[in-house]
Design a protein around this ligand. Structure first.
Ligand SMILES: NC(=O)c1ccc[n+]([C@@H]2O[C@H](COP(=O)([O-])OP(=O)(O)OC[C@H]3O[C@@H](n4cnc5c(N)ncnc54)[C@H](OP(=O)(O)O)[C@@H]3O)[C@@H](O)[C@H]2O)c1
Length: 310
């Protein structure tokens, strides 16, 4: 006899405290994946209403002072700014202390571990953290970012299991690190995301100094950034590296240092030198001439030079 198909397990209900960029994007993505998004919470009522409207009609909008009205959703996601998480955990614990059975609370911070949810675990909630390694600047375009993304998960066994199921349902991939490494892990994430944006902006400011208007400066840099990212998607960093460090062009590096110093881009000069040192390390891995690399290294260390490069 053919086996009867197992009935599909329904997805858990979820509420999201902190319905900003990530929280709203997750709420929309989870709703599309079959989760019942029961409530979204923001500080300002209008923000919560706007988020709820993007998620769907069945989602209620609450404010930070209304946590006692939060439905007993199986999973509560806290996606507030990092500094707020401990206060939210305390208030949620006070507001929901009689409704903890079988429920999980996950926060989405990259820098904090689930330890910050101690007030909730103390009264019986299962707690964990679920950090998507994606950049969401607009909640409406965010959900597409989640597909294929990596997520860092840690926490109680039950909470980590719920987090892994969320990742699977969002078609992502999960991995874990020890809780104590979360600040270092998150610093790495910032280097690969927010700092790349800051670096791009510095480069655009430098081009504006060359006479391009700010919009044009950004436009001409975008294909360069795109081609660099494409190289990184198909090769390791040492092979993807191009430019004067990969070629060992000492005089060009000296010209850069002089130009940055003379035009008063002191922050850019610091960043240029620090990243230059690392670019040299990468070039070494590719078997470049160690003598040239040594001279470039000395130029970076000893700047400002006494004479201007012609
Ligand atoms: N955005 C990303 O790309 C990204 C990626 C990975 C992880 N994360 C993590 O996700 C979290 C949120 O980041 P975000 O970029 O989405 O921040 P965000 O856009 O500033 O949103 C924060 C939300 O939290 C609400 N909020 C603030 N304090 C609150 C409180 N006490 N109670 C309830 N709601 C409160 C805010 O309400 P109002 O709107 O009313 O002020 C806002 O809706 C952070 O932990 C961040 O590290 C973000």
């Amino acid at each position: 006899m053919p086996k009867a198909a197992r009935p599909k397990k329904s997805k858990p209900s979820v509420s999201i405290i902190g319905s900003g960029r990530l929280g709203t994007a997750l709420a929309i993505a989870l709703s599309s994946a079959g989760y019942r998004t029961e409530a979204v919470v923001a500080r300002h009522p209008a923000r919560a209403r706007k988020s709820a409207a993007l998620v769907g009609r069945a989602t209620s909008a609450l404010t930070a002072n209304e946590l006692h009205m939060l439905p007993p959703s199986k999973i509560v996601l806290i996606a507030t700014p990092d500094d707020e998480i401990v206060h939210v955990a305390q208030r949620l614990a006070a507001a929901q202390r009689n409704r903890v059975r079988g429920r999980q609370v996950l926060h989405t911070s990259g820098a904090l571990s689930s330890d910050v949810l101690a007030p909730l675990s103390a009264i019986g909630f299962q707690v964990g953290s679920l950090h998507p390694l994606v950049s969401v600047s607009d909640p409406r375009t965010g959900p597409t970012n989640f597909r294929g993304a990596f997520y860092c998960i840690e926490g109680d066994v039950g909470a980590a299991r719920a987090a892994r199921a969320i990742v699977r349902d969002l078609k992502g991939r999960s991995f874990s690190i020890r809780a104590r490494y979360k600040p270092l892990y998150h610093a790495a994430a910032v280097m690969a995301s927010g700092h790349v944006v800051a670096l791009f902006d510095l480069a655009a400011e430098m081009l504006a100094q060359c006479g391009l208007d700010p919009g044009k400066a950004q436009r001409v840099l975008r294909p360069l950034l795109e081609s660099t990212v494409t190289n990184l998607l198909t090769a390791d960093p040492a092979s993807a590296l191009t430019g004067p460090y990969a070629r060992g062009d000492l005089a060009t590096v000296q010209r850069h240092l002089s130009a940055l110093g003379e035009s008063g881009f002191l922050v850019a000069l610091d960043v240029y030198r620090a990243l230059g040192v690392h670019a040299l390390d990468l070039t070494k891995k590719h078997g470049a001439d160690p003598q040239i690399l040594d001279r470039i290294s000395k130029a970076l260390e000893s700047f400002p030079p006494l004479t201007k490069v012609p």
